[in-house]
Design a protein around this ligand. Structure first.
Ligand SMILES: Nc1ncnc2c1ncn2[C@@H]1O[C@H](COP(=O)(O)OP(=O)(O)OP(=O)(O)O)[C@@H](O)[C@H]1O
Ligand SMILES: [Mg+2]
Length: 474
């Protein structure tokens, strides 16, 4: 079923108005007519139209004024300009001022039908896009993090809850899942936000220096200690201290850290006095700390002390719904940073990104996007600007058999997987041209678009997509 919508026809010539009204009504659209720019304005003030078709030269005003009025008040309404006196200049002027397309009289009724359909597609894409943007701004964002997957939504909720307390928090997650970002968010959402945020990588400091780095030292404590020096616990006073890669702490330091956490006091290396510290400790690890405890590599008492609240960051491959959102987020971030005008990403590029496993998690995705924005010479990220991305589970035969194993199946998941695999293949074969992919799959363009969105493969800014897909001769 081709898309239908609400259409306003503006033409001073009655026969033309009627012709269009009959043809478009027959095609299933809701049609309103106006015989002058002024009458059109009344209609436009009263309600929203998907598409406006306006004559260019009317005795009571110009179609360009109608166009300007629509673009100012309803920027997502698509305008098609019709003219009998087409010169390249008027057509270009109309397009420059934001018209979707123009038609030259006389035209065939089929022609206008096709143009209206395409304009409606574009209108629909813009609407989806707007909704996505609106969502991005609100619900799906916490501090500088984005995420719409249920796992991330739960995490955001939890973060808001635990941020205000002073309780120690343990963040677990693979490399690049956003542990440091979460630690920063915890800091910014807490009453300590005006204090310092200090991060220390426990795995990167030589063992001999760790104690002095964390707790400070007094003059003469060891060779080279020429003056008293505060440690990172003091530096983080009234703020938050992130102990990153806490699993790397040597046994000796684990004992000392435990004491500090229990007593909330630190003693400088070589010093005698203990000083109170007011610090919230957030620890992070990409190891399974509980397993480390079991095999005796990490102290159990310290584990319990750090692990008052445990937050787990799922790997990106376990929350693929977040990929399109993150792609959009990073596109904008890096396009702005690099001063590039990037309008969006092609459907096949997005499909490849959605189908990848990300051993390096969000960091890897961000690097891919930054690289693509740098390499891209056009105004959209194309598949060619991304490196080879090995799709996950090389086309595992979609459980197409009609066997039902004794333990049962997850029907929705199986069907969704099959659907995703075939859609990705079709998009790859058609190099992202969705209209052709839809044909290959025997579904309408609209239905494919819906499925892409549902599976989270939807391109964010499909703005020019209608053109790439549908422009005759491209
Ligand atoms: N949910 C998110 N939204 C936006 N950006 C994110 C998100 N998660 C991670 N990032 C980005 O991904 C990169 C990696 O995040 P971060 O440094 O917090 O990961 P990490 O878990 O600390 O990694 P590692 O274990 O390697 O230290 C950062 O550049 C961060 O900006
Ligand atoms: Mg980190």
């Amino acid at each position: 079923m081709p898309p239908t919508g609400s259409i306003l026809i503006v033409d001073d010539e009655r026969s033309m108005r009627e012709l269009l009204r009959i043809a478009l009504t027959r095609a299933g659209h809701q049609v309103t007519v106006a015989e002058s720019p002024a009458a059109a304005k009344l209609e436009l003030d009263a309600r929203d139209f998907d598409v406006v078709i306006t004559d260019l030269k009317m005795p009571t005003g110009s179609g360009l004024d109608v166009l300007d009025g629509v673009k100012a008040a309803r920027p997502h309404t698509q305008v098609v300009v019709v003219t009998a006196f087409a010169t390249p200049e008027t057509a270009i002027a109309a397009m420059k001022r934001g018209a979707y397309d123009y038609l030259t009289k006389p035209f065939k009724i089929d022609e206008i039908g096709v143009v209206v359909e395409r304009a409606l597609e574009k209108r629909g894409l813009l609407r989806d896009n707007l909704e996505l943007r609106a969502e991005l701004e609100g619900r799906f964002r916490l501090e500088r993090m984005v995420g719409k997957s249920p796992a991330m939504q739960r995490l955001f909720e939890l973060l808001r809850k635990v941020a205000p307390a002073k309780t120690s928090i343990l963040l677990e997650g693979e490399s690049g899942t956003g542990k440091e970002m979460v630690a920063r968010a915890l800091h910014h959402l807490s009453p300590r936000a005006s204090g310092p945020f200090v991060a220390v990588n426990c795995g990167a400091i030589p063992e001999a220096l760790l104690e002095s780095e964390l707790f400070g030292h007094v003059r003469g404590a060891f060779t080279g200690a020429i003056a008293d020096r505060p440690g990172l616990f003091s530096a983080a006073s009234t703020g938050t201290l992130l102990l990153d890669e806490v699993g790397e702490l040597p046994g000796q330091m684990q004992v000392k850290l435990l004491r500090v956490l229990q007593e909330r006091k630190v003693k400088k290396v070589g010093g005698t006095v203990e000083e109170e510290v007011d610090v919230r400790v957030v620890a992070a690890t990409n190891r399974d700390l509980e397993a480390e405890v079991e095999r005796g590599a990490f102290r159990q008492d310290l584990y319990y002390r750090l692990n008052v609240i445990e937050l787990h960051l799922p790997p990106l491959r376990a929350r693929r719904e977040d990929v399109p959102l993150l792609v959009d987020h990073f596109l904008r971030k890096h396009a702005a940073a690099l001063g590039r005008a990037i309008a969006g990403i092609d459907a096949d590029a997005m499909a490849a990104l959605c189908d990848y496993d990300y051993p390096g998690n969000v960091r890897e995705l961000e690097n891919l996007i930054e690289r693509a924005v740098t390499l891209e010479s056009g105004d959209r990220v194309s598949r060619a600007s991304l490196p080879e991305l090995k799709p996950r589970r090389p086309s595992e035969p979609p459980a197409a058999s009609n066997e039902l194993p004794p333990e049962g199946v997850d029907l929705d998941r199986l069907v969704a997987e099959l659907e995703r695999a075939l859609i990705v293949k079709a998009l790859e074969r058609t190099r992202g041209v969705r209209k052709d992919a839809a044909k290959l799959l025997g579904v309408s363009f609209r239905s494919l678009r819906y499925r892409l969105a549902k599976l989270g493969i939807a391109p964010i800014d499909a703005d020019s997509d209608a053109e790439t897909d549908d422009k005759p001769g491209s």
